[in-house]
Design a binder for this molecule. Structure first.
Ligand code: FMN
Length: 398
């Protein structure tokens, strides 16, 4: 665990404060990669704005002294209905995904480990046995089998298949420049912005992020491909069919989540493909811009699939009350992305723990106000839902 050399009191009381600290600490290109959404940013804006269209209907008395928020996701016990969504966190903090894994373990929850992670699945499972390994549809089937075999052998207890990527290019505020590798030449090129953030630089203690993807290494290779090498393989892979989803699910052979579902018909197809869980998601607004916030499409999807599979949501979660809103509208749990990345940037492992504590406190406060003793009692009746809030995408045809 690295010590935070920056703040006198490193504790923060909200995710917004963690974000402010992350902005202060990170070089602009690294911070830019965290906040970026695709194209004009319509989806990323809606992800947070939609939660503002939901309110609460609290009680004045008759509150519950004890409130429960433990649940399970794909067979894993979690102490709060929040797990870590897979993100490529290269260069945010020297401890990277290992710090996130330790924080999740310390707070009793699961880490989703990105295909493009900077730390190996073996290291991450050692830090938190409750690890779900995330796969993109990249490479041929033999390569995918080899990567799944490695994750299974390492002890990953679930697979997240993220298939909602449309290779959208061009952001109106400019894509952050990501170097191919960090060497002396790029260090000089990025010097003006990096030198303004000397504490970020010194936190790496001479070991600059190498921007490779170790979990994509071929058998016998010490190092994985660079980020750009990995991205090229991904871009040139034929996109998956529903048969491919079923193939991957069977090949993995254990708990399997399909991440990126927005439509009712897709959710029902996922049920038919035999998945354990789906995450209702628009990739944090990084995918096809104009896709509505996941919280808007959640109610119709949750209703359509019923108890056939577990339904999670990710996108726009910034406070405990957002988690409660999602659970009230039918999510079993949520996954968080930027919230923990900002905590990681702000204060390493304790910063990620801090984010989970902030969310836990917010969930508990909402349960208290709503007069319920468990997240399992939450229903849409506990919410104030603005007219025209929800969206139903796709027809429920099987
Ligand atoms: C910087 C960044 C990198 C991401 N990398 C991945 C990834 O490698 N795999 C993946 O499935 N999702 C990835 N995501 C999407 C997240 O898993 C998640 O869907 C999204 O962050 C949720 O929205 P939120 O950030 O508002 O919580 C990434 C998101 C961000 C912000």
């Amino acid at each position: 665990m690295s010590k935070n050399p920056w703040a006198k009191n490193p504790w923060f009381e909200s995710v917004a404060v963690a974000q402010q600290r992350a902005k202060k600490r990170l070089p602009s290109s690294v911070y830019g990669a965290l906040v970026a959404g695709s194209e004009r940013g319509q989806s990323i804006a809606d992800n947070e704005a939609a939660f503002m269209e939901l309110g609460f209907a609290p009680h004045v008395a008759g509150h519950q002294a004890k409130r429960e928020m433990a649940t399970t996701v794909m067979g894993q016990d979690i102490s709060l209905p929040v797990i870590m969504s897979p993100t490529g966190v290269q260069a945010v903090h020297p401890d990277g995904e290992v710090a996130v894994a330790r924080a999740a373990a310390a707070r009793g929850t699961v880490i989703g480990l990105s295909n493009f992670a900077s730390r190996s699945v073996e290291e991450v499972v050692a830090a938190n046995p409750a690890t779900f390994f995330q796969m993109y549809w990249t490479g041929d089937r033999d390569v995918m089998i080899q990567r799944m075999d490695r994750a299974r052998a390492a002890g990953a207890v679930g697979l997240i298949a993220t298939l909602d990527w449309s290779f959208s290019m061009g952001r109106d505020w400019g894509s952050p420049e990501i170097p191919e590798k960090v060497d002396f030449k790029t260090a000089l090129k990025f010097a003006p912005q990096v030198l303004r953030k000397p504490r970020w630089l010194t936190s790496f203690a001479g070991n600059l992020p190498d921007l490779t993807a170790p979990n994509l290494a071929a058998p016998g290779e010490a190092k994985g491909p660079t980020f750009f090498g990995a991205y090229y393989e991904w871009m040139t892979t034929t996109p998956p069919s529903w048969e491919d989803v079923e193939w991957m699910r069977k090949e993995w052979g254990g708990p399997f989540m399909l991440k990126g579902v927005c439509r009712v018909d897709d959710a029902l197809r996922a049920v038919d493909a035999g998945v354990t869980a789906i995450s209702v998601s628009n990739h944090g607004g990084n995918n096809l811009d104009g896709t509505p916030a996941p919280i808007r499409v959640l109610p119709a999807i949750a209703e359509a699939v019923g108890n056939d599979i577990e339904v999670l949501l990710d996108g726009g979660i910034r406070r405990g009350s957002d988690v409660v809103k999602a659970v009230a509208l039918g999510a079993r749990a949520v996954m968080i992305g930027r919230a923990y990345l900002w905590g990681l940037a702000a204060n390493g492992q304790p910063g990620v723990e801090n984010v989970l504590d902030v969310l836990r406190g917010g969930i508990d406060s909402a349960l208290l106000g709503l007069g319920v003793s468990s997240i399992h009692e939450l229903t849409p009746e506990h919410l104030v839902i603005a007219d025209g809030f929800a969206r139903t995408l796709g027809r429920p045809v099987r």
